[in-house]
Ligand binder design. Structure first.
Ligand SMILES: [Zn+2]
Length: 413
């Protein structure tokens, strides 16, 4: 018994000494190997995406005179229309964008109506098919020519557009319920709404009992209701305004006043059409502090008009960003990309070009020179810079280089 107790004391003493020295030396205690679980290094987490982006472009008045549809018809042998050569040079600008807007100035209602020209336009529905295939997905059908074929013409047009999917068409509605169905389109998680408004229908009106609805500028109460409703259901509100005075290269005070109201009600972007010439671009600040872009008029897209300023148009380009953390959507890099509708003598071979692809020699052969003396690249640049602030104007490098060269020659003289 005594021996057992002594042995135990010795064991406790040895252990205590061992532990004491271990701690005093501050050395790691060597332990027998254990089964070690090998864990994979952590997989780096994908950064949480907080910004969604999309691209946007807008074209002005697609004004289809008889020259244009007759040329398209002459390109085929089966009685249909080939619009490809007319738009060929601007197609890359459209097809590369998430959102592409256009004002379809002429009614698409042929068939059943015969195609017709000024003053009561009607265009082939296959033009609409072509534009959709080209990448346009936001259409205004609200303009002074929308009643050119009366109530029946507008109804045919509404039926035509209603068959198309994944596009937003605004401006003409079947009835009150359809009017309240604000048109929207979504890309990359960014939802846009489109409201298309016109200030005139060229003195033509829907019959009093017609169920069809349109949005006129003068109906301010409806306009306010529509913009506010659009604000509720979308990230970014686009308002197409067919307004202003034809051929006026400056916006009116009235346009500005309406633009400010639209901004205050909730519009983010106001695209102006109808004057057939360019008007300035400016940024307003809405009542709730948003920057709101107003392009008072982006001019004709295509037409067979006959004055220099009427064949110089622009496509409005901007980038959209949606901040997923705040829910805010805003535009960046707004600019006008100048376009020229070119034709030869007698409006022959009509085509639209971005200015970057428009050769100076082609300008010198433009059929418009019969009506506008001295139409050339310099005339185009002068016209553009006179109307639109440089900050919103994209003059392509090749054209700038050309102008710089001319300026140098001028200085050397
Ligand atoms: Zn118009």
């Amino acid at each position: 018994m005594l021996l057992k107790t002594r042995c135990l004391i010795v064991v406790i003493f040895v252990c205590s000494v061992f532990l004491f020295f271990s701690c005093a030396d501050n050395k790691p205690i060597v332990r027998p190997p254990e089964t070690v679980e090998i864990t994979e290094p952590p997989v780096p987490q994908e950064p949480v995406e907080t910004i969604k982006t999309a691209t946007f472009i807008a074209a002005g008045d697609n004004l289809i005179h008889d020259t244009i549809y007759k040329q398209a018809r002459a390109r085929t042998t089966d009685g249909t229309y080939d619009f490809f050569p007319l738009y060929e040079h601007i197609l890359p600008l459209v097809s590369s964008k998430d959102f592409a807007f256009i004002n379809q100035e002429t009614l698409l209602a042929s068939p059943p109506f015969e195609p017709s020209t000024y003053p009561r336009f009607c265009s082939p529905t296959v033009l609409g098919d072509f534009l959709i295939e080209a990448g346009f997905n936001m259409f205004s059908v609200s303009n002074n020519h929308m009643l050119d074929k009366g109530e029946e013409g507008l109804k045919v047009s509404i039926d035509y557009w209603a068959q198309k999917e994944e596009i937003a068409v605004s401006g003409a509605f079947r009835d009150e319920e359809d009017l309240q169905n604000i048109r929207t389109i979504e890309k990359n998680d960014i939802k846009l709404s489109l409201i298309a408004v016109t200030s005139s229908t060229n003195g033509l009106y829907l019959p009093v009992k017609s169920p069809l609805k349109i949005i006129k500028t003068e109906n301010e109460e409806l306009l306010e209701q529509q913009v506010k409703a659009a604000r509720e259901i979308s990230d970014f509100v686009v308002v197409s305004m067919h307004w202003g005075s034809e051929y006026a290269t400056k916006n009116s005070e009235n346009q500005r006043m309406i633009a400010q109201k639209l901004a205050d009600w909730g519009a983010d972007l106001i695209i102006g059409t109808h004057p057939h010439v360019l008007q300035p671009v400016e940024e307003l600040v809405s009542a709730d502090g948003r920057k709101v872009l107003v392009a008072y008029s982006i001019g004709n897209f295509v037409s067979a008009q006959n004055e220099g300023p009427r064949i110089i148009g622009a496509m409005l380009s901007l980038d959209l960003e949606k901040n997923l953390s705040t829910g805010d959507t805003y535009y960046k890099n707004p600019c006008l990309i100048p376009t020229i509708t070119h034709y030869g003598a007698g409006f022959s071979d009509l085509k639209i070009y971005p200015l970057s692809d428009y050769e100076p020699d082609l300008a010198k052969s433009h059929g418009v020179r019969k009506y506008t003396d001295g139409f050339d690249i310099n005339y185009i640049i002068k016209n553009l810079t006179m109307i639109v602030d440089d900050a919103y104007l994209q003059i392509p490098d090749n054209i700038q280089a050309l102008l710089a060269k001319q300026y140098e020659v001028f200085l050397l003289r």
